[in-house]
Design a protein around this ligand. Structure first.
Ligand code: SAM
Length: 284
């Protein structure tokens, strides 16, 4: 009897990536999206939303460390942090590794993602949801920033691509409201997609954000399971220009908070803002 070999596919326009899997751990169509959690041979457990890879046990740290430590170590004293999305808990985990943090509010639209991430992805959230500094709110992130009167030092938007419930998190209105929720020295970062495959996301973000924030700087790093591999985020602030920060200043802070990492380091931090020529031309 031939053993049934299972594969999970990620389709993106004219590209299809297949991962051989040991099995499906969880699958459901929630109120908001199609949720799949599978156990892959090469990347361990993998979360997909609406058929798009969100995170895997084997490469999650590439993304979570660059999304968190770049803004947190650029900020002079990040105490109040807001995370929009981030249901797997990887961003929250890395934020709470900074001892200065007094409060980390995570606003996630789909409680199912948090529930099964606690159950099936403990290596990613690593008890972060139970930390007394963490406050988990189940709500639409755009509605939350519109209604809250809280203010934050760092806002991290860890949303999927601009499809389904996440579309509103790429709107000018949302960015303007995040800007209003930032304290002085406040920083917002968000993922802006793959350089090779999602150029429109970077162009759109640049066009909108440069009219809202004084400093808007993209940074580039690798995420193996994100389509195209070469990935980007954008750093926005009124007062902090990330290109004026030196790696020795970052190294001093890394030592102060005894931060041990697997991908991130001060050299990669500074280097990530040195963009490839084709990307600089794209933003012109
Ligand atoms: N790192 C991944 C990426 O770059 O594609 C995103 C990971 S995280 C799992 C994305 C989370 O954003 C999901 O749990 C999803 O439910 C949540 N989300 C989507 N739209 C949202 C919204 N409008 N407000 C709050 N959370 C939202």
């Amino acid at each position: 009897m031939t053993k049934h070999v299972q594969w999970v596919k990620e389709k993106w326009k004219n590209i299809e990536t297949r991962y051989r899997i040991k099995g499906v751990l969880y699958e459901e169509k929630s109120e908001f999206q199609h949720i799949q959690l599978v156990d892959t041979h090469e990347y361990g457990k993998m979360l997909l939303l609406d058929g798009i890879v969100q995170t895997t046990e084997k490469d999650e740290f590439f993304y979570h460390e660059m999304m968190v430590h770049v803004p947190m170590l650029a900020h002079p004293d990040p105490k109040q942090v807001l995370i929009i999305g981030g249901g797997d808990g990887g961003i929250l985990r890395e934020v709470l590794r900074h001892p200065q943090v007094e409060k980390a509010v995570m606003v996630e639209i789909d409680s199912n993602v948090v529930d099964f991430s606690k159950k099936y992805l403990p290596s990613i959230n690593n008890g972060a949801f139970e930390d007394e500094r963490a406050k988990i709110v189940f709500a639409d992130g755009a509605e939350y920033v519109e209604k809250t009167n809280g203010t934050y030092d760092v806002v991290i938007v860890d949303s999927p691509d601009p499809i389904g419930p996440a579309r509103v998190l790429f709107s000018e209105k949302f960015y303007v409201q995040v800007h209003q929720r930032l304290n002085s020295n406040g920083i917002m970062v968000r993922q802006t997609g793959s350089l090779q495959i999602q150029a429109d996301e970077q162009k759109q973000a640049h066009k909108v954000l440069k009219n809202i924030f004084t400093h808007v700087a993209f940074y580039v790093y690798c995420v193996p399971t994100y389509i195209g591999g070469l990935f980007s985020s954008v750093f926005c602030s009124e007062s902090i220009n990330p290109k004026n920060i030196r790696s020795d200043e970052i190294q001093t802070k890394v030592t102060e908070v005894s931060l041990e990492t697997t991908y991130y380091n001060p050299g990669i931090h500074i280097g990530s803002f040195h963009l490839p020529e084709f990307f600089k031309n794209r933003l012109k």
